[in-house]
Design a protein. Structure first.
Length: 348
């Protein structure tokens, strides 16, 4: 299994996603501040993976505190949570994981010994890790049957093992379809500017022997018109209450193209990505990242000095473009407001 992130007695170990596929390096974060840096710099990325990373960051902070009781640790705990919550704004899994740790912490009495706090916070981070893999497997089983028996499936960004604790959401659906005997050929959008598709999706699918072709982001329409794409499956960073969802910049373009060509467009995400408190996609905060991701590649400048740059990391795809949302609870169809509300209690 791809070791996206692993808890060790020394800290949290991450495969360095900024270096893949050319180098397989690992980064050991030994403090919660280092976990926060690893999220900001995208050594680890992908909505479910950053949620669980933050949970481990909090567990790490508890291991290192000098406080002797939950009460003494309280202010420091809040500071740790705030630092991790300030890393990236769009993926709701981050806030979901931090809130879950906060709820657990609130249940401790003032005099609860820190050894118990440490044990319980780490146990819950481990539980989130295992639940995430189980959710990916369940999504795979539900979503795999939606894909065609053979043909091209387009994906955007990396919603794979590297974006989760293992198996992946969109790529989990593809993996499961392949395990079901379907002859799928994956087309991976390169996903400018960070190249998650060209670097990460291609790397992990090739490791599994799944036929994969990388295309530039501007090639999808042409392939669709030529009949080479039979379905699209992507992940999500946040799904609003009406089914609008944020995902990597460029997802919206693909959704429009799929609709125009009559191609089913699926979004696969665990329940931790669903945010019923956000009514529509318009209310999802979109992260703006550094201009250097656009102006430079591999340390080399690509654009004229001083040119204006815009670098939103995500866009919002309106629910009307989504054929189905695949979750670990099952496959949801429009109208999504109702479908999400109905399935919410089951997820608790
Ligand atoms: O900026 P990133 O690489 O963290 O963006 C990741 C994505 O947009 C993924 O598609 C999304 O998090 C789903 S991952 C299962």
């Amino acid at each position: 299994m791809i070791p996206t992130l692993t808890w060790t007695p020394e800290g949290v170990r991450f495969i360095d996603q900024t270096k893949l596929p050319l180098e397989e390096n690992y980064v050991l974060a030994t403090t919660y501040e280092q976990v926060a840096d690893v999220i900001v710099t995208m050594v680890v990325r992908g909505a479910p993976a950053i949620g669980v990373s933050a949970a481990y960051g909090i567990a790490l902070g508890a291991q290192q505190t000098k406080a002797e009781t939950a009460g003494e640790f309280g202010t420091e705990f809040e500071r740790i949570c705030a630092r991790l919550a300030g890393t990236r704004p769009t993926a709701v899994n981050l806030f979901w994981a931090i809130d879950r740790m906060k709820k657990l912490f609130t249940g401790f009495g003032f005099d609860t010994p820190i050894s118990i706090v440490r044990e319980k916070l780490l146990a819950d981070a481990n539980a989130m890790y295992n639940e995430d893999i189980a959710a990916c497997k369940a999504m795979g089983a539900f979503g795999g049957s939606l894909l065609p028996d053979e043909g091209g499936v387009l994906t955007h960004c990396n919603a794979g093992a590297l974006a989760t604790c293992g198996y992946g959401t969109a790529l989990g659906v593809i993996r499961s379809a392949v395990e079901q005997g379907k002859r799928i050929h994956v087309y991976a959008d390169e996903t400018r500017p960070f190249l998650q598709g060209a670097r990460l999706t291609a790397w992990e699918l090739m490791a599994d022997g799944i036929p994969t072709t990388v295309i530039c982001d501007n090639m999808a329409a042409s392939l669709m018109r030529a009949g080479r794409i039979k379905a699209v499956v992507v992940g999500a960073d946040r799904i609003a209450a009406n089914g609008d969802f944020a995902n990597k910049i460029g997802t919206y373009n693909v959704a429009i193209l799929a609709k125009e060509h009559g191609i089913p467009f699926y979004c696969a995400a665990p329940w931790s990505t669903i945010d019923l408190a956000t009514p529509t996609g318009d209310a999802i905060p979109i992260e703006e990242r550094s201009a250097i991701e656009v102006t430079h590649h591999g340390g080399k400048q690509l654009t004229p000095h001083g040119v204006g740059i815009c670098n939103p990391a995500f866009d919002v795809t309106p629910a009307k473009y989504v054929t189905a949302i695949v979750t670990e609870r099952g496959v949801l169809r429009a109208p999504y407001s109702e479908a999400l509300r109905e399935m919410e209690p089951a997820a608790k």
